[in-house]
Design a protein around this ligand. Sequence first.
Ligand code: ZN
Length: 192
Amino acid sequence: MFLEQFPRDDKPHGWIEVICGSMFSGKTEELIRRLRRAEFANQKLLLFKPKLDNRYSEEKIMSHNGSSFEAMQLEKAKDLLKHWNKEKIVAIDETQFFDMDIVEVATTLANKGVRVICAGLDMDYKGIPFGPMPYMLASAEYVTKVHAICMSCGVPAQFSHRMANDDQQVMLGAKEEYEPLCRFCYNKIKHD
Ligand code: ZN
C-alpha cells in the first residue's frame, strides 16, 4: 500500500502522485483514502474534476468524519490555478478527460510545494494511453497502478473492454457498458 508523505514547511518542493488503472479498479477509492488521511493530518486540500456535458455525477465525496470533499468542476485545466489558494494538497479525479495543459498545471503546483494527487484511466477501451495520462505518469514522482478483477477469468485486470458498439473515446455516463478484462481475455475478445 502506498504510504504517503506530507508537504513540509522546511521543504519547499512538492511532488506528483498518480493513481491509475482500468475502470472498476478502485482509483477513486484510493484517492479518497489519501484525502481522508490528509484530512486527519489537518492538511488543506482542493479537489477537481473535469466538467463533462450530459453526464450526471455526484460532486460530493463524503469523508470519514462526516465532512465532505467537494469536487470543483473545470472545463479547462488552466482554470485550476485560478482557484488555488496555497492549499498544500491538490487532488484531481478523472484526470484523463482533462486537456494536455493539466500536466503543466500539476508540474507548476508541485514546483510550488504542493502535493498533487491525480487519479485517472491510464488506457482507453482500445488499450491506448489516455489523453494526458502517459505524460502525467512520466512526470510523477510516485505512480500507483491499481487493478480490477477480470470478469472472465478472475485474475487482475488492466483493460476496460467496451461491450457497446461506439467508437467515441469518451463515452459518457455508461459504466455498465464496460467490463474489466485481463490481457489474455481482452486479446481473445479483440481477435474473435
Ligand atoms: Zn481474464
